[in-house]
Design a protein around this ligand. Sequence first.
Ligand code: KG4
Ligand code: ZN
Length: 339
Amino acid sequence: MKILGIESSCDETAAAIIEDGKKILANVVSSSKELHNKTGGVIPEVAAREQVKCMIPVLNETIHQCSNVTMENIDAIAVTVGPGLIGSLLVGVETAKTIAYVDNKPIIPVNHIFAHIYANFLDVAKEPEFPAIALVVSGGHTELFYMKNRKDLKWIGGTLDDAAGEAFDKTARLLGLVYPGGPAIAAAADKFNIKHSTFNINLPRPMLDSKDLNFSFSGLKAAVMREVNRLKLVKQLNNELIQQLSFEIQEAITDILVVKTLRAAKENHVKSILIGGGVAANKRLKEKLNAQCSIYNIFIPPPKLCTDNAAVIAGYAYFHYRPIAWKKIQAQPDLEVEV
Ligand code: KG4
Ligand code: ZN
């Protein structure tokens, strides 16, 4: 079964064609990140206007990438209905509904957060064994799920305030780094040489020892703000200090993610750990998971499938094939993840 996926929940416009939830036949992503670099975050109106421009070219390119596939060979359409920015979601949702109506195709509404997990089934040599723990770490979400099998997901914990990606983005902004903050912090942290450490910085790891499976990152952001203000008073916030702070921020966020994921895996006696979402592209997170969770099979998608894309939307729809009438499909910016 070939599913055409469409994704436009934040600053990406994406389409993909996936066969049987596993094989990527085409995967096209157009991002408006550059436009948001200057403003330090996504301006919803700017993102949506760009998506209106990009949607048709992205769809054309997606069909073009599969030489022997036409719309006639597409079995269904899958579209992100939420959570996300309303203007952005509407672009994808209305496009998908139009295609479903005109070409008379079944259409499946998809929750973007669940979909991130399904990157772990795309073009893989070895499939995850179940039960599994799935951690979704994106710009707006940090959620843990227990997966009995590919179809059965249960939410078991999440952030009480900021998401991990948001912590990267907001602290990067405090340091004067570009949006998105995750890759910017990771790049600055890579340049930090511990031997040249010039200042004593100790960032907190909120809720690390709490017995539940919840997260909190807003205290970390506040601590970084205090450090930045303190350092500005006594020193210039020069490149070396920015690199050291970036290193400490990355250490703190990845420590929290690894400890909680490991706790979830132990408590639920699982075989595998699956990671998804933009923050899963972080190399230090991968290193720590591999070092500290080695008794589990760890699955982390390649960076291109961690950040927003439509391949995961079509992949999810294959395993949760529940088409509904196109008239009933609606953008749902506040779609919940607690199932
Ligand atoms: O999943 P995603 O592309 O979009 C949302 O659904 O939000 O995730 C975006 C988030 C941003 O917060 C971004 O800073 C973060 O993922 N991110 C990273 C890295 N690449 C993207 N965080 C840490 N390290 C990275 N390499
Ligand atoms: Zn996402």
